[in-house]
Design a protein around this ligand. Structure first.
Ligand code: CS2
Length: 512
C-alpha cells in the first residue's frame, strides 16, 4: 500500500475535510442504525449492493445500515475499522466521475475471531436482512447438484458444533434458531452471488442443514422465512495501489480500502422479504421481477460464460487483462461466435431484452480499459463456476442434438489451465478449492487428449453423472483438447472465430 505523502485517513472525524470533488453521504452515518448483516464483505458488495442501499437511505431514510462480516480474513476489518466503516467508491470509465464516500457500512466483524458477536448481531430483531456475497465456493454445496455437501470441512464442523459455526449456512441456521427460540421473526436471507436461482438454492441448503439439527426448525424456516433470488451485475476488480493513490488525490483523504467499479450496474430482484421489510431499492434503479430466473440464466451463460472463456483462452494466449483479451480480434471473434452460434440459440431472453444488444453491451463493458480486471482473477474457482456458466448451454445443446465446438474449447482451455502449466511451460498459480485434486489427477494422466479429458470428467461435482457418460460430449471435448494441444489456445480459438481476420491474425504475423 502506498505509504508516502499520505493525506489524513478517511474517518467520521475527517469526512468533513474531504475535497469538494468528493461526494459525501447526504445523511449522518454515525446516526444510522443497522438493519442488514452482510456475509462476505469484499469489494463486490461495497461496489454494488451497498451503493444501492446508500441511495435508498439518502432518498427514503430507514434503519438500513450494514454490518459487514468477513468469514475468513481480518484484512477488510483492519482497513475499515480505523475509517469507521467509511470507504470511497470510484467509477472507472471514459467519463471521469466524482468519487463517492459511502457511509452505510457501519461495522465490520471477523467471524473466526468472534463467531458469537456475529450471531448476536444476526439474532438481533433490528436486523431484518442477512445478505451474502461469499462467492460460489462459500455455499459449501455440490455445484453439479446444488445440494449441501455434508463432507465439506466447514459443514462437518458446523454439524458437530452448531453454536460456533464457520460456514455461511451454519451462521444462518444458528442465528435463525436463536430467533425462533426468542420469538423473533426470521430475517430475509438474500443471496447476491452468481449462482442459478441463488435464493432457491440457498433456501435448499439452509433447510437441509436445519433439518439435520431439528426438523421443526426447518419447518419454521420454510413457513416464515424468505429467500429472494437476485441477479446482480457489475464488474468490481480488486483495487491497486495506483487506485488508492488516485482516490487520495481526488478526495484529499487516504482510504486503505476503496472500491473501483465500472459505470454499468444492474440488479434484478425478486420482491420476497419477511414482512416486506427492505430498503427502497426499487426507487434507486433495482428492477423488481416476479421471476428472476431468465435474467440469471442470461447473465450467467452469456456474461459470466464469456468472461470465463476470455479468462482461460486469454490467459493461455498471454493476455493479462480481460480488456486486452476481448480487444484481441481472434478472441473477440471467438466470443462473438460462441454467443451467436452456441449460447444465444439456447438461452431464453427475459421479456423485452434483445440478446444481440445485451451481448454487444457486455462486449463493450469487457473492453473498458479503465477497468483492470485480470484474466487470472476471473479464472479463479473454475470448478465452482463452469457448472452454471458453461454446462447449462452444453446440456441444452446436447439435448437438442446440436454441436458445441466452442463450448468444448472453453472447457478444454479450463482443463489445460487447471493442469497448472501454461503453453510456455510456466507454472500457473491456479486458485480453486479443487486445485490440488485437479493438478494431481491431470498430472497423473497421460498427455493424450483422451486421458486428460477422462481425468477432468472424473470430477462428478463439476460434470454431474450425465455429461461424463455422454459420448458426443466426450468426443467434442477430446477434439477441442487435441486442437488446443496442437495449435495453442489462440490458434485453436481462431479456427472457431469464424472470420478471416481472426485466422490471419492468429496464423499470420502473430508473434505470440
Ligand atoms: C467474474 C464476475 O470473477 C468472475 O468470475 O465473471 O465476478 C463478474 O465480474 C461479475 O459477475 C459481473 O457482474
Amino acid at each position: 500500500m502506498n505509504q508516502q505523502n499520505r493525506q489524513p485517513r478517511l474517518s467520521l472525524a475527517s469526512l468533513a475535510t474531504s475535497r469538494p470533488a468528493a461526494q459525501r453521504p447526504s445523511y449522518a452515518p454515525a446516526a444510522l442504525r443497522p438493519g442488514i448483516v452482510h456475509l462476505g464483505i469484499g469489494a463486490f458488495v461495497r461496489g454494488h449492493v451497498a451503493i444501492y442501499t446508500e441511495d435508498a437511505i439518502a432518498l427514503r431514510g430507514g434503519d438500513w445500515g450494514i454490518i459487514g462480516v468477513s468469514l475468513r480474513h481480518l484484512d477488510q476489518r483492519d482497513r475499515l475499522a480505523p475509517q469507521d466503516g467509511l470507504y470511497t467508491a470510484l467509477e472507472r470509465g471514459p467519463v471521469v466521475k466524482p468519487p463517492r464516500i459511502v457511509g452505510c457500512l457501519r461495522e465490520v466483524l471477523v467471524a473466526p475471531e468472534n463467531p458469537e458477536a456475529v450471531l448476536c448481531r444476526m439474532a438481533d430483531p433490528a436486523i431484518r436482512i442477512v445478505s451474502l456475497t461469499v462467492t460460489e465456493k462459500g455455499y459449501d454445496h455440490d455445484p453439479a447438484t446444488g445440494r449441501l455437501n455434508p463432507e465439506h470441512d466447514d459443514i462437518r464442523h458446523d454439524i458437530a458444533e452448531p453454536h460456533a459455526p464457520r460456514s455461511a449456512v451454519g451462521f444462518i441456521v444458528e442465528a435463525l434458531a436463536r430467533r425462533r427460540a426468542t420469538g423473533v421473526a426470521p430475517f430475509t436471507v438474500m443471496s447476491c452471488d452468481n449462482l442459478p436461482q441463488n435464493g432457491k438454492l440457498l433456501k435448499g441448503l439452509v433447510r437441509d442443514f436445519a433439518a439435520r439439527r431439528d426438523p421443526e426448525l426447518a419447518h419454521w424456516i420454510d413457513t416464515h422465512g424468505a429467500f429472494p433470488s437476485s441477479m446482480v451485475d457489475r464488474v468490481v476488480p480488486p483495487v491497486t495501489d495506483a487506485d488508492r493513490a488516485d482516490i487520495e488525490n481526488l478526495t484529499g483523504l487516504f482510504d486503505a480500502s476503496p472500491v473501483v467499479h465500472e459505470p454499468f450496474s444492474q440488479w434484478v430482484l425478486e420482491d420476497s422479504f419477511v414482512g416486506g421489510a427492505r430498503p427502497a431499492w426499487h426507487e434507486c434503479g433495482v428492477e423488481i421481477a416476479d421471476d428472476v430466473k431468465p435474467y440469471e440464466d442470461m447473465k450467467l451463460q452469456l456474461l459470466n460464460g464469456a468472461h470465463s472463456a476470455l479468462a482461460y483462452l486469454g490467459y493461455l494466449s498471454g493476455h493479462d487483462m480481460i480488456s486486452q483479451a476481448v480487444a484481441d480480434p481472434v478472441l473477440q471473434g471467438f466470443v462473438r461466435n460462441l454467443w451467436d452460434e452456441e449460447v444465444i440459440p439456447v438461452v431464453h431472453a427475459p421479456a423485452g431484452v434483445d440478446l444481440a444488444d445485451y451481448t454487444a453491451t457486455v462486449q463493450s463493458r469487457f473492453a473498458n480499459p479503465f477497468v483492470r480486471h485480470r484474466t487470472w482473477q476471473v479464472a479463479m474457482d473454475g470448478s465452482q463456476k463452469l457448472p452454471q456458466r458453461i454446462l447449462p448451454s452444453v446440456r441444452a445443446r446436447l439435448s437438442r442434438g446440436m454441436d458445441l465446438p466452442r463450448l468444448a474449447l472453453v472447457i478444454a482451455a479450463w482443463i489445460r489451465y487447471a493442469g497448472g502449466t501454461d503453453e510456455g511451460g510456466k507454472t500457473i498459480d491456479v486458485r480453486d478449492p479443487l486445485a490440488g485434486q485437479l493438478r494431481d489427477k491431470l498430472g497423473a494422466a497421460s498427455r493424450t487428449p483422451a486421458d486428460q479429458v477422462n481425468a477432468a470428467l472424473s470430477f462428478k461435482t463439476i460434470f454431474g453423472d450425465d455429461l461424463p457418460t455422454d459420448e458426443r460430449f466426450r468426443d467434442a471435448l477430446r477434439t477441442a483438447y487435441a486442437q488446443l494441444a496442437l495449435l495453442g489456445a489462440r490458434k485453436a480459438a481462431a479456427s472457431l472465430a469464424g472470420n478471416a481476420t481472426s485466422l490471419n491474425t492468429a496464423i499470420g504475423k502473430d508473434a505470440r
